[in-house]
Design a protein around this ligand. Structure first.
Ligand SMILES: [Zn+2]
Length: 424
């Protein structure tokens, strides 16, 4: 067992508590000014400072340790200055625990360049011209300095640069923030991937510089940890180069060059090669810093992530599919709207301890979905978020107890796999 600790002193630290031999998997603790996160952990997504249809109090009750909101959405509405005036994201949304914000890089590009909502999964299922819209339809244009994009709300023009993303994320005030990066698809050319990677590296230095400046300027605020983002699509040499470069990156202050506090693993990831690609990066990234896998959260993918050294995950999938009546169980995913459940007077999952499963039946939730009642989304979201949060909690407990391989074998034996990767 290895015990590593990232030195604290600013309210942020990471400690590895358990790590099985000959594995990248580990269980640890991330400490933030708003509390601790026991890892591995699933971080539910509240894109606009709310988990759709569920109150923060309920998220706490179902075991969520932290929430992730999005800088792009909060910048456009209500405006990051409003969150700053409110005392930061945590106070604004009545969530006293730790928070994360995504940099906005993925959103300005995915909403703007015309990516499909779901970025990766099986690359064979759609043609490249369906993934990236033609120039005329694009709502975003990337250059070496930043991204100019059109708001998806009112069509107004905006510009995000590394400095803007840092300022916006400092105003929002989450405990863990991400560097501004250029997210590509699996279908961009190799040449473009190289260019985007170099741009993300250059933007990384600008993020560190601006973050350092803002941290000093706003020294009365709780410390925010900055994670660098590793891209490189499906290319082994690019992923390894990105991990090496981002781990070595420092701000340009000669007196006090700061490094990233942790890393976000992002970009286009094909489901079939997810584990291999994570290994390329995590064998290089410094062991003592936390690693977050961006936008991946289908149950079977969470095991692949934990196996390959991921500490935290976020994904909108659990709540998004819940609103379409799809729910997770230990046997796989099924759809509550199906007529088969009209008289199913039993819980969604008899093994689940969530509020929905301990108080309501499939037949009732089926009825709410059929009647287009708002509470249908609430009850299904509570179940799905609990299912995912608990599954990762079970992985952590199994890592500590030493029976993780048994947990994984049991789960994989029962669960029917479906694809899923999604960011909002
Ligand atoms: Zn449940």
């Amino acid at each position: 067992m290895r015990i590593n600790a990232l030195p604290s002193g600013n309210g942020f630290s990471f400690e590895i508590n358990h790590a099985p031999e000959n594995s990248l998997a580990r269980a640890g603790t991330i400490s933030t000014p708003h509390g601790d996160v026991a890892t591995p952990a699933f971080i539910p997504v509240g894109t606009k400072a709310t988990v759709k249809s569920v109150l923060p109090e309920t998220m706490k009750e179902l075991g969520a340790q932290a929430l992730l909101a999005n800088a792009y959405h909060l910048y456009l509405q209500p405006g990051s200055d409003i969150l700053d005036e409110a005392g930061g994201l945590s106070r604004f949304m009545n969530w006293p625990g730790p928070t994360f914000t995504d940099s906005g890089g993925f959103q300005v590009l995915s909403l703007g360049v015309g990516f499909k909502k779901v970025l990766a999964m099986d690359a064979q299922t759609f043609r490249s011209d369906e993934v990236v819209a033609g120039n005329k339809e694009r709502l975003a244009h990337v250059d070496d300095d930043g991204v100019t994009f059109k708001s998806h709300i009112d069509g107004s023009m905006h510009r995000f640069t590394p400095e803007v993303s840092m300022r916006v994320q400092h105003q929002i005030g989450a405990d863990i923030i991400f560097a501004f990066d250029e997210c590509t698809t699996l279908h961009n050319t190799r040449k473009y991937q190289e260019k985007a990677l170099e741009r993300t590296r250059a933007w990384g230095i600008r993020c560190l510089d601006e973050h350092q400046k803002l941290t000093l300027e706003r020294s009365e605020k709780p410390y925010q940890a900055l994670y660098g983002v590793i891209q490189g699509a499906q290319y082994e040499d690019l992923r390894k180069k990105a991990a090496t470069d981002m781990a070595a990156l420092r701000s340009s202050d000669p007196e006090n060059p700061i490094a990233f506090d942790g890393f976000g693993l992002g970009g286009a990831l094909d489901k079939k090669t997810l584990g291999t690609i994570l290994t390329w990066m995590n064998e290089i990234l410094p062991e003592e810093k936390p690693r977050h896998l961006l936008g991946i959260g289908a149950p079977e993918d969470l095991f692949v992530g934990v196996d390959n050294g991921i500490d935290t995950f976020d994904c909108v999938l659990a709540s998004r599919i819940a609103r379409t009546s799809a729910v997770y169980t230990m046997e796989g995913r099924f759809n509550l709207s199906n007529a088969a459940y009209r008289r199913a007077f039993e819980p969604i999952d008899s093994e689940c301890d969530c509020y929905t499963c301990t108080h309501y039946t499939k037949a009732y939730v089926h009825h709410l979905f059929r009647g287009k009642e708002i509470n249908a989304a609430t009850l299904a979201t509570i179940h799905n978020e609990r299912f995912i949060v608990r599954l990762v909690d079970q992985m952590r407990a199994a890592l500590i107890a030493g029976d993780y391989p048994e947990l994984k074998a049991e789960f994989m034996g029962r669960y029917k796999h479906l694809s899923g990767q999604a960011r909002d």
